[in-house]
Write a protein that binds this ligand. Structure first.
Ligand code: HEC
Ligand code: HEC
Ligand code: HEC
Ligand code: HEC
Ligand code: HEC
Ligand code: HEC
Ligand code: HEC
Ligand code: HEC
Ligand code: HEC
Ligand code: HEC
Length: 305
């Protein structure tokens, strides 16, 4: 009781002061915009007056559907900056943030304020980042050319547009069916995190191959060590002019590790083995060693079955 009574005279004073302050604010800003910064935002309905089609398309896009309700109320102005000056001037160039005019870093920043997680955490330092690509080089939020992920063009076409040498590999006699539309670059690569030391994580690469070639995973009773270690010891991942995307033809492929002077062939470093034949059997080792990726047959030690 005592405490309450002591406080009561103060409250009317505070309220009165508040009213005076609020009145002052009202003179300089609109009632719905409590700070000066916010006063510069006008909302997407205003933009629609002149950019009708852009706004309509944006509303239907994933950003219009969920992105911006979730994280921001500024819609268009989240990326293009506050639009009051632009609207007051009746539109025109130079008064809005025009993404194409920004540095690549700034362009990426526009997107990374929200997209900095999941498979995009390694964007910084990736080759695409260090070679000056921005998100907008591959994506277009307003006029995507592909149904998937707001890409500017279909993925294969997009990657080919810069990676001509890789494109050529996919035109070799034996190739992964990218051109045929059965798989895409992103089945094996994360374009948001391509690394220079592309082979640092061999296990991860082989794991990628297993995703579609599960039968190569084993476990096998008789494992062929190089297969377990790294598919790319023998295969080109994109394409090759040797059958089955091999790096080199048989028998040379096998003879990089197995002696070609005697057969059964020996590993160079196992010359002490007691072998009884000097003949090289034909040219294609896999005619006989048909299960070279590994065998589960009890007598498959030499991958003949
Ligand atoms: C204010 C936050 C925010 C900003 C800024 C933002 N996005 Fe998004 N974006 C989202 C949200 C939220 C989703 C929906 C994600 C989901 O549902 O998982 C999304 C989805 C996407 C998708 C997936 C599309 C699809 O069809 O699957 C792409 C691509 C994308 N954004 C690219 C961009 C690009 C490029 C930029 C920069 C120009 C950008 N975003 C800026 C919040 C944002
Ligand atoms: C997620 C960020 C983002 C949002 C939100 C966004 N834009 Fe854009 N806007 C861009 C980017 C990036 C470009 C550059 C072209 C492109 O990538 O599609 C652009 C380009 C434009 C252009 C110029 C077109 C040109 O190519 O010169 C206009 C006009 C425009 N946006 C209007 C709007 C309007 C209106 C809205 C709201 C309905 C909006 N933007 C929402 C990122 C955004
Ligand atoms: C009164 C009409 C009008 C309104 C309202 C309007 N714009 Fe524009 N806007 C224009 C005109 C005109 C251009 C210049 C187009 C050109 O020359 O290609 C333009 C250009 C732009 C550009 C490109 C700027 C540049 O420097 O290249 C962006 C981005 C943009 N508007 C976004 C918006 C956004 C976001 C809103 C809502 C906040 C908005 N506009 C409201 C008429 C308007
Ligand atoms: C070299 C081209 C390229 C660049 C640069 C690029 N992306 Fe992508 N992005 C793709 C491709 C291809 C896909 C679809 C395949 C996939 O899901 O990985 C994709 C998918 C996405 C998706 C939707 C699926 C997912 O993984 O969440 C988002 C969101 C996205 N990108 C945002 C970004 C942002 C943000 C940046 C800039 C930091 C960026 N992208 C830079 C090519 C690119
Ligand atoms: C705008 C051009 C551009 C586009 C589009 C592009 N890249 Fe790249 N990419 C580069 C550049 C530049 C490098 C740096 C190394 C180089 O020149 O090969 C690179 C590097 C790479 C690397 C690593 C190379 C290495 O030596 O380790 C991979 C993997 C890669 N890109 C995959 C892709 C995929 C997948 C796509 C399609 C989603 C794509 N790129 C689209 C320009 C591009
Ligand atoms: C089947 C999986 C797979 C597919 C699909 C694939 N790549 Fe690769 N790519 C790899 C592997 C594995 C490596 C690493 C090669 C090595 O270290 O010998 C690689 C390496 C690269 C490199 C680094 C340069 C090099 O050859 O050393 C680039 C660039 C590249 N890929 C681009 C692409 C593009 C562009 C596409 C789509 C057109 C694509 N890749 C499709 C698996 C794949
Ligand atoms: C996204 C699925 C996918 C991934 C990942 C994948 N492949 Fe394939 N691979 C295929 C398809 C599809 C074919 C074509 C099969 C056919 O035509 O019968 C194929 C064919 C092959 C062939 C035989 C080519 C020929 O001329 O018959 C080899 C060798 C091969 N892949 C090796 C690999 C290696 C090594 C990796 C890992 C770097 C890998 N694949 C990752 C889908 C995949
Ligand atoms: C020691 C060399 C060598 C290694 C390592 C190797 N392969 Fe092969 N692979 C071959 C040869 C030789 C052929 C062609 C003969 C045949 O069809 O058996 C072949 C054929 C294939 C084929 C097409 C025929 C088939 O069997 O479906 C696929 C797919 C394949 N390899 C995937 C892989 C994968 C995935 C890995 C890694 C887990 C791998 N290879 C590692 C030598 C190798
Ligand atoms: C990168 C080196 C390498 C390549 C290439 C390679 N191998 Fe092997 N191979 C090995 C190793 C290591 C062993 C295990 C030797 C051991 O356990 O004594 C082995 C074992 C074998 C064995 C069983 C030998 C035994 O004594 O159990 C056969 C058969 C064989 N390889 C055939 C082939 C054929 C056929 C090819 C070509 C398609 C090939 N290898 C390519 C390294 C290689
Ligand atoms: C005409 C069938 C045939 C051809 C072709 C053939 N091999 Fe063999 N290979 C055999 C037979 C049979 C054995 C003995 C199997 C056993 O002892 O169980 C053998 C054994 C081996 C062994 C195991 C040797 C050991 O020390 O036990 C290796 C390694 C080998 N071959 C590699 C090769 C290579 C490399 C080629 C191609 C240059 C090749 N083979 C071509 C039939 C063949």
């Amino acid at each position: 009781m005592k405490v309450h009574r002591r406080l009561t005279p103060i409250i009317p004073v505070a309220v009165a002061l508040g009213c005076i302050l609020a009145g002052a604010v009202l003179l300089t800003a609109t009632p719905s915009a409590p700070t000066r910064q916010d006063a510069q935002y006008v909302g997407q309905e205003q933009c629609a007056a002149c950019h009708e089609e852009t706004v309509a398309k944006f509303r239907e896009s994933i950003h219009g559907q969920k992105g911006f309700e979730m994280r921001s109320t500024h819609s268009c102005e989240t990326c293009h900056g506050p639009g009051k000056a632009h609207v007051d001037a009746g539109g025109g160039k130079g008064s809005m943030v025009a993404p194409q005019a920004l540095s690549k870093d700034k362009q990426t920043e526009m997107c990374q304020t929200c997209h900095d997680r999941g498979n995009k955490t390694d964007w910084a330092g990736s080759l695409h980042e260090t070679r000056g690509l921005a998100c907008q080089d591959c994506h277009s939020v307003h006029s995507p050319g592909a149904a998937k992920a707001q890409l500017k063009t279909g993925e294969t076409e997009l990657c080919f547009s810069c990676h001509k040498q890789k494109q050529a590999q996919f035109f070799r006699a034996s190739h992964h069916p990218i051109r045929e539309g059965k798989i895409e670059c992103s089945d094996c690569h994360n374009p948001h995190a391509v690394q220079e030391a592309k082979r640092v994580d061999l296990a991860a690469i082989t794991e990628t191959c297993y995703q579609c070639h599960a039968e190569k995973r084993g476990p096998f009773l008789w494992e062929h060590i190089p297969v377990r270690e790294d598919c790319m010891t023998c295969h080109e991942p994109h394409g090759s002019n040797h059958m089955k995307m091999l790096k080199v033809k048989e028998p040379f492929l096998c003879q990089r590790c197995h002696s070609d002077t005697r057969h059964p062939g020996t590993l160079y470093d196992q010359s002490q083995r007691n072998n009884d034949s000097n003949r090289l059997y034909g040219r294609s080792c896999t005619n006989c060693h048909s299960t070279l990726h590994g065998s589960n047959h009890p007598s498959g030690r030499t991958y003949l079955r």
